[in-house]
Ligand binder design. Structure first.
Ligand code: GLA
Ligand code: ZN
Length: 708
């Protein structure tokens, strides 16, 4: 079943809009709305950093420019996500109330400046935010242009001020109840770190404590929860007055600071800011699959609900080492990629380039030249036309048979643990290896965390689940017992959620279902590879079907495991390879095992393997489970640079075929489709079947009836 579209059957198309920077040039403001119409924009995010213009002095408000802005946008048929301005504060506020300024882990309080740097605990900041948020809600809650709240901007970071310290202590009291319990769960006897009074607890700091990993983990959880508490405060301020306006907060790329699965519960819809490094890597599938995985994570945060691409750049960023331009076609391709993965909007940062300050060279739809007749402007207009044809896709769903577990709290714990590979555990990259192998077969993947329901999937892949959060092992057991296929790797089932190691053999509570014991883990220098060879059982399963070869390679981490009786070994470490100064003494031990458990199967992969290995593993899973690609046929591996994705409504399958390569490519279609973006001479959707050819950086959007 498809979802109810968030904002009706029309793709939202627009940008961050900062007219407050141009108030002394009214001709610019008039030109803006005309050009927005010309580009077919229908949404603008307004007011994101406007606090100083809205409240120039404490308690003195000026809404005249925002009144005029919203009216002008409305008159031109453009809707608005209205922002609360808490992402950057006025100078008077910082000067009068220093407690709103963040304190770093060394105890230094920030000076005024920058943005995204307020204390989330400060009662003064909360009070001032409440006042301005309420005024905005009262004044604009019923404005016909306003369709939702954009809470603050890119919440992030932490504060170590005395107010935050006190709140952290309270958080720990609530969690552990007694110091005895806290000391035990944190293993504080180590190095005489026993706490005898709550007031002795301080946030992790280079000047003090960083060695107690459970403290670090709880601090991460606290900062995520405390920022979320602030976000909820903002939300509640506006919801009290505008209960029906949906709220969002714009999220960021594989963001490490906060646990977005917890955040997602408190927001009405998900939005995020996507700035992929297109054209920087030689391999065309790398950044495409990386971005696809991030889009899939955003979709999975709220159980598949369509989401909003809140920001992206129409040409380049200006905060990376290189401000590489998107090549012709890439902006359209990248925008439609978001739609293919579940977005019901495409928005940019920003509408018009600033004239001064740090973002004046960041890509925007309108450049300093001031009109749309530019390479970027023309492509933006064309994209507007394309999106205007895709309204019926809004609300349709991406249906995934496969889930990848990528858990932020696990990531915190893996990164913080000393050993086995302090120079880089590469958790995200390890997950991406698996994601990419499915993506390259056009198989939809949900990106979930350890708290999510597993039962709706055929296959769940969970690399490096070092930390097992409460209840997760149970869910895995039930999932496999009931017929699911679970893929796990080395360095899984090592600690509980306060970072205490499981006793009695790894992977701890997952031992029974995995049918193995991981006795040790070896860590390899970058560039060192271990060889792996097929065992008869693996060959029997055609494990080397993609690129016939007996040899696979592993790197970074090598688990040394013993299979239980009844666990099949499909691939094992091979005899020593040239790097004999570092002998692979574990030749013959398993690299890939399979264990039947209940109705299902559990696979274990001992190392971070090469691409050929993952491609083969996915072939095995396709054969086992009849996994489908976006076209709705049995999945197979696509040529380099190609992608196939689908969204399903009650009536249609919408297929998105993308070419991320800089050369033309073709793909054969097994079904007859209608082209959503191109019409025949009579103005009907063009009929498409057989082989289609895609230009460099082109995305085709096709549909066929769901039951055809
Ligand atoms: C972020 C912010 C925007 C802008 C862009 C530039 O996403 O939310 O305000 O600074 O980065 O890429
Ligand atoms: Zn603080």
């Amino acid at each position: 079943m498809a979802f109810t579209p968030l904002f009706g059957h029309q793709m939202l198309y627009g940008a961050d809009y900062n007219p407050e920077q141009w108030l002394d040039m009214p001709e610019v403001l008039d030109a803006d709305v005309k050009m927005m119409q010309q580009a077919r924009c229908n949404i603008m995010s307004v007011g994101i950093f406007s606090w100083a213009k809205l409240e120039p002095e404490e308690g003195v408000f000026d809404f005249s420019w925002l009144d005029a802005t919203l009216d002008r946008l409305n008159a031109h048929g453009i809707k608005v996500f209205l922002a609360t301005p808490s992402g950057a504060r006025p100078a008077w506020l910082a000067q009068k109330y220093p407690e709103v300024l963040r304190v770093n882990e060394q105890g230094q309080r920030a000076l005024f400046g920058g943005r995204h740097n307020h204390c989330m605990t400060s009662p003064v900041y909360r009070e001032k935010v409440k006042i301005i948020n309420q005024k905005l809600a009262e004044r604009y809650g019923k404005h016909p242009a306003v369709i939702g709240w954009h809470l603050s901007n890119e919440y992030g970071g932490s504060c170590h001020c005395p107010l935050c310290q006190e709140k952290f202590r309270q958080y720990l009291k609530d969690k552990y109840q007694t110091l005895e319990n806290l000391n035990a769960r944190w293993w504080n006897t180590f190095w005489s770190h026993t706490i005898t009074d709550w007031s002795q607890i301080h946030s992790p700091s280079v000047l003090g404590e960083k060695a107690v990993h459970a403290l670090n983990l709880d601090w991460q959880r606290f900062t995520s929860d405390n920022a979320l508490d602030f976000c909820k405060w903002e939300r509640d301020c506006v919801k009290a007055i505008t209960p029906d306006l949906p709220v969002t907060a714009n999220f960021m790329e594989f963001f490490l600071d906060y646990d977005y699965f917890q955040w997602a519960k408190e927001l009405d819809f998900i939005s995020w800011d996507s700035y992929p490094q297109w054209h920087v890597f030689k391999d065309p599938d790398y950044i495409a699959s990386y971005t696809a995985m991030n889009h899939d994570l955003m979709r999975s945060l709220k159980g598949g609900q369509p989401w909003v691409l809140m920001e992206s750049t129409p040409s380049c960023t200006n905060w990376r080492e290189l401000s590489t331009l998107k090549r012709p076609g890439m902006n359209t391709l990248a925008s439609l990629q978001a739609v293919a993965h579940g977005a019901d909007s495409v928005q940019f940062f920003q509408w018009r380039k600033s004239r001064g300050s740090s973002e004046k060279f960041h890509g925007a739809i309108i450049d300093h030249v001031g009109h749309l007749d530019t390479r970027v402007g023309r492509e933006a207009c064309d994209l507007g036309l394309k999106l205007s044809k895709l309204g019926e896709i809004c609300g349709s769903e991406v249906k995934a048979e496969v889930a990848l577990v990528f858990d932020t709290q696990n990531r915190w714990a893996i990164d913080d643990a000393q050993g086995p590979r302090n120079k880089g555990m590469n958790y995200l990259e390890h997950c991406l290896d698996y994601y990419r192998a499915f993506y390259k077969c056009g198989i939809a993947v949900d990106v979930i965390d350890e708290t999510c329901d597993l039962s709706k999937y055929k296959v769940v892949v969970a690399p490096l689940t070092y930390m097992l959060r409460e209840g997760y092992a149970e869910r895995v057991k039930n999932f496999v017992a009931q017929g699911g296929t679970y893929v796990s790797t080395c360095w899984s089932g090592i600690v509980d959620d306060t970072d205490l190691c499981f006793l009695g053999g790894f992977p701890g509570p997952l031992r029974e279902v995995m049918g193995i014991w991981e006795e040790e883990i070896d860590s390899l220098e970058d560039g060192i590879e271990v060889y792996a060879k097929m065992e008869p059982k693996g060959a029997e399963l055609c494990f080397n079907s993609v690129e016939p070869s007996d040899i696979f390679k592993g790197h970074e981490l090598c688990g040394l495991v013993h299979p239980d009786a009844g666990t099949e070994v499909l691939v094992s470490y091979d005899v020593d390879q040239p790097q004999s100064y570092s002998p692979i003494f574990y030749a013959g031990m398993p690299v890939l095992t399979r264990h039947a458990y209940g109705q299902g199967k559990a696979y274990y992969v001992a190392s971070r393997m090469d691409r050929a290995f993952y491609d083969n593993l996915v072939q095995l899973l396709i054969a086992d489970h009849e996994l489908h690609n976006g076209c709705g046929q049995k999945a197979y591996r696509l040529a380099e640079g190609l992608s196939v994705t689908a969204r399903l409504s009650d009536n249609y399958r919408y297929v998105f075929i993308g070419n991320y390569a800089s050369y033309e490519q073709s793909l054969g279609l097994n079904f007859a489709y209608e082209d959503m973006l191109n019409e025949d001479e009579q103005g009907n959707k063009l009929a498409v079947s057989g082989a289609i050819t895609l230009k460099p950086f082109e995305m085709r959007v096709l549909r066929r009836p769901i039951n055809s």
